[in-house]
Design a protein around this ligand. Sequence first.
Ligand code: FES
Ligand SMILES: [Fe+2]
Length: 346
Amino acid sequence: MQPAYAFLAPGQFARGWHIVRFSRELATGELQRLHYFGRDLVLYRGESGRAVVLDAHCPHLGAHLASDGGRLIGDNIACPFHGWTFDPEGRCVDIPYAKRIPERARHALRGWPVLEKDGYIAVWHDPEGNPPEDYLPDIPDWGQAGWGDWHFHRSRIRAQPCDVIENIVDVAHFAHVHGGEVQSFEASFTDRTVTQRSRVRQTAGARRIIPPGLAFDFAASTAEAVAAGSEVTGEATYHGPAIMTYCAESRSELVSFRTWWVNWHTPVNDDEVDLCSAVILASLTDEPLPAEFVELYANTAHAAFGQDVEIWKDKIYQADPILCDGDGPVNKLRRWYEQYYLPLRS
Ligand code: FES
Ligand SMILES: [Fe+2]
């Protein structure tokens, strides 16, 4: 039977930018294996500093370009099996034992458009091979004095990208999953963005999910937030199908800071995604932020995602949900998200 949405069709992944690594995870001359969008890929940083993503298997006889640690030559990569050499676009530029490069070899290896900015490395996925779009915004505070590098947590989880993105309009789950009382909530859409503006207060005695395996006392830090009357006002925006930015300011007697988050999910296959939360933060006073506070903040940000994961890993997808008047614009979000997928063939 035909699925209700194109994004539910097996083997289909969203067209758009997807983050795969942070810049500091890839040194010059380093080569890594990736597996995303159901495909084996290689990621490397060439001699010039350029980050490159290519399909992993050589179009000659199928060797993996990272076998034996791979062979980088400048910004190019040579296959370890017979030495065919590819440039960052995936064009075969040398076959050391041939007089002529076969015409078919020139574009046989898929090179993925890569965008490296604000400390992360993103690839453009498009099943039709269209050129990338320019919709990822700059993070204005990135690279400024006092901000530092991303503090991130990444994990491979069982979830569907459509479940992850739906979270942004699901106002009704705050009170049950995140233990917050929603003071105000508004979702707005443009062609390539969905924005949530919300004000949420942590309340005592509220139900909340405590994710397993945390390296800190989540219940205690939540109790502290409740005692301090913590109220979080923020604006979270999805730019395209898989990358969310969030900016917030928090002021109290103890610590005042401004923060940027980048939350992203990148599909591994039909059942799993890599889910990552990353934060940078800086003090709003002359006092620098204590290192322990920064660490705890990054852990708490990740734990908030972990609360959702506990639901995602067991849920099914209701393609025709029964909604009520207190729900957010779930179906509108689904129609917006559908644009990133190849239309279903009837
Ligand atoms: S398999 Fe790569 S050069 Fe032969
Ligand atoms: Fe959530």
